[in-house]
Structures are given as C-alpha cells and as structure tokens.
Design a protein around this ligand. Structure first.
Ligand SMILES: Cc1ncc(COP(=O)(O)O)c(C=O)c1O
Length: 363
C-alpha cells in the first residue's frame, strides 16, 4: 500500500541525487578488501580530519545529552576570526552546506519561482529549489567551463529568486572572475549564491564582497579541506538583513554539539589546513602533468579528466575493478559522456591513479 496522492506534485519531477560510490559498495560489488580501496570520488580530504577536531569530538561525546546553542554562536565567533567578517554576517549550517541550501530555498522559493544554474555544476542546487515548487533554468557554460555573465542575466525573469555560481566549480575546477561576479551582482534583482566549497584550494575568494552587496551569499563547508564531511557542517556568509529572515525559517539546533566543537578545533589547526592545501595543490599539478588524457586546469582538490574517445563510464568501471573510486561525470547535466572527476589523493594514491589510467589508455 502507498499513498502517492499525499506527496507534493513537485517531488515526482526530481531526479534523485547521484552520490559518489562508497568503499562498502565497491568492496561488496567487486569482492575487494576495503583496506586496499582508494576513494577519490567525493573530493574528501585523504589526510582525514585534524587531530584537534578528533580530540574535540571525543571530549564532547559525554555531553551529547545537551542541546547546542540554537544558532551555534561559538562556532560563528570562530568563523568570524577565520573569514574576517562580523558574526552578524555568518550562519552555521547543518547538515553541511546542503543544509544551508535547503534553508535558503525554504526561505525564498515559492511555487513558480525560478533559479538559474550554469551547467555542468554541483547537482544538488536544483533539488531543494524544485522541492519548494521552484523551476530550475539552466544555462550551459562555455567550452572552457567559464560562465558568460550576459547569458546568465539574459535568463532572469520576474520570478528569478536565486542564481547559483560555483567557484571553484565542481566538476571543472575553474573559478569565477571577480568582474563577472560583480557584473551579475550589480545587474540582477535576484540573490546570488556563490558556492565556495573548495575555496581554500584556490587563489580567489569572495567573502570580502559580502559586506559590499545586499544580494550576495557565499556558501562554505567543513567537508573538503577540513576533512569533516561525515559531520555534515557548513556555513554561509550573507547580508545581515537576509540572515535575520533566514534564522526565522531555519531549523534550530541544526549544528550538533560535537560538530560545532570539532569545527572550532579544525579552524584553529593551521598546520593541518596548510598541509591539506599544499597536498592538493601539488597533487593536482602532478595529475595534470602526468595523466595520459586531457586534464583541465583546477583550483580545487580534484581534476577533471577528458578520456575521449573513451567513455567515462567504461573507464571508471575499469578503475573500480582495480579498487580505485573516481567519479564519472555523465550524471552531471551537460557534462557529456567522456569526463571523469578525480579527487587529488596522497602522493602514493596519485601514483596508483596514474598507473591505472595508463593501463586503461593502452587497452
Ligand atoms: C560544490 C559543492 N557544494 C556543496 C557541496 C556539499 O557540501 P556539504 O558536504 O557541506 O553538504 C559539495 C559536496 O560535494 C560540493 O561539491
């Protein structure tokens, strides 16, 4: 028995989010020892979390009976120091930056509203927008995956509420030029969400623009450089007027106490942060110089590889058999069928990836 008539109509139009494959799935599916599997499909930090964050988690475990502060104030104070912005511009968000996107759509999107999404990009943006009755309007990125600001602006309508820009973009790794962002911010009546999930690996960030514009939101996460994807912790930088409204719509206590404390500890461990950044920067150069296919220049902790004339699915499958998990981009809208996203691993992991791609190329 089921009662689909009770479900909102919008939900039936949502294509399910396709996550990267897990170690358990691959171990079971291919009969491999989980300890030998290299997971480079979800842009996680191969160094793991900061030891300071792990210690904070252990320290907080006995206090898990207590609610955290409703607005994660202590974490926002730490983030204020980290970003250089006042606490009044910062929201902490769980679960992850995805939670921030959910909260914003809950606040902004009514039936018939529109969001603009330059593709290919992170696939989640359209899901909460659609679930709230919104419509996603897509614009294809250029051949080098840059965004043409005029094309974005040309799609704006009376119903446009949000424009999603990702910098560095997932899966292409390129950043958005500041002048293009400013042009969009200045011409649009909508809010502009800049997703900076990978910002620490890049040479450009837009936090300092938040106090300048009343329509800029920057989304950030602890899932990538801080190695805390499993804790589901993110944050947003936004104008004060919007933050006040956001807090009305957001779920209280959405950041758990252990996540809050681990986040503060992670921000304080500059050594782990630096090591993680350097490893990704060096590794992406090695992959770019050595992989036997076209590799796009990246400002993130992953590289985009074009295996044309081979098909990404077949190559990913061949690598999976060797215990290497990378991401075929065929589920990303407008990404075609020959692109693979590879997370930068440790130097040893990268060596194995290079060797495996070499074998695939010779097949
Ligand atoms: C561009 C981008 N934004 C947001 C996220 C989601 O971040 P979180 O883990 O904080 O929900 C990801 C995760 O892969 C991402 O690639």
């Amino acid at each position: 028995m089921s009662r689909p008539e009770l479900i909102k109509k919008e939900i039936f139009s949502i294509a399910e989010y396709v996550p990267g494959k897990s170690i358990e799935e691959i171990s079971e599916g291919y009969g491999l020892d989980p300890a030998t599997i290299i997971k480079l499909g979800s842009n996680e930090n191969p160094l793991g979390p900061s030891p300071a964050a792990v210690a904070a988690l252990i320290r907080e475990a006995p206090r898990a009976n207590l609610y955290p502060s409703a607005d994660a104030r202590e974490l926002r104070v730490a983030l204020s120091k980290y970003t250089g912005l006042p606490v009044s511009n910062i929201v902490a968000a769980g679960p992850g930056m995805d939670g921030l996107l959910d909260g914003l759509c809950r606040l902004l999107i009514e039936k018939g509203d529109e969001v603009i999404i330059p593709t290919p990009t992170f696939a989640y943006y359209e899901l909460p927008a659609r679930a709230c009755g919104g419509k996603a309007v897509f614009v294809a990125r250029e051949a080098d995956y840059s965004v043409d600001p005029e094309k974005v602006l040309a799609l704006e309508s009376e119903r446009t509420k949000l424009i999603f820009l990702c910098s560095p973009n997932n899966p292409s790794g390129n950043t958005l030029p500041e002048k293009d962002l400013r042009l969009i911010l200045e011409k649009t009546k909508a809010l502009v969400f800049v997703d900076e999930a990978y910002v620490e690996f890049s040479d450009r960030n837009f936090a300092s623009l938040v106090p300048e514009y009343d329509n800029l939101i920057v989304g950030r996460t602890f899932s990538k450089v801080f190695g805390l994807a499993g804790l589901r912790l993110g944050y947003g930088l936004m104008p004060e007027w919007l933050l006040r409204e956001y807090m009305r719509a957001a779920t209280p206590f959405n950041v758990s106490l252990p996540a809050l404390k681990a986040g503060i500890a992670a921000l304080s461990d500059k050594e782990h942060l630096q090591k993680s950044i350097e490893m990704a920067r060096e590794g992406r150069k090695v992959l770019g110089d050595t992989l036997p296919f076209k590799v796009y220049p990246s400002q993130a902790n992953f590289v985009l590889v074009d295996v044309f004339p081979l098909k990404s699915k077949a190559v990913v499958e061949a690598l999976l058999k060797k215990g290497i998990i990378v991401r075929s981009c065929d589920s990303f809208r407008d990404a075609g069928d020959s692109l693979i996203r590879v997370t930068v691993g440790t130097p040893e992991q990268n060596e194995k990836v290079i060797e495996a791609f070499g074998v695939v190329k010779r097949l």
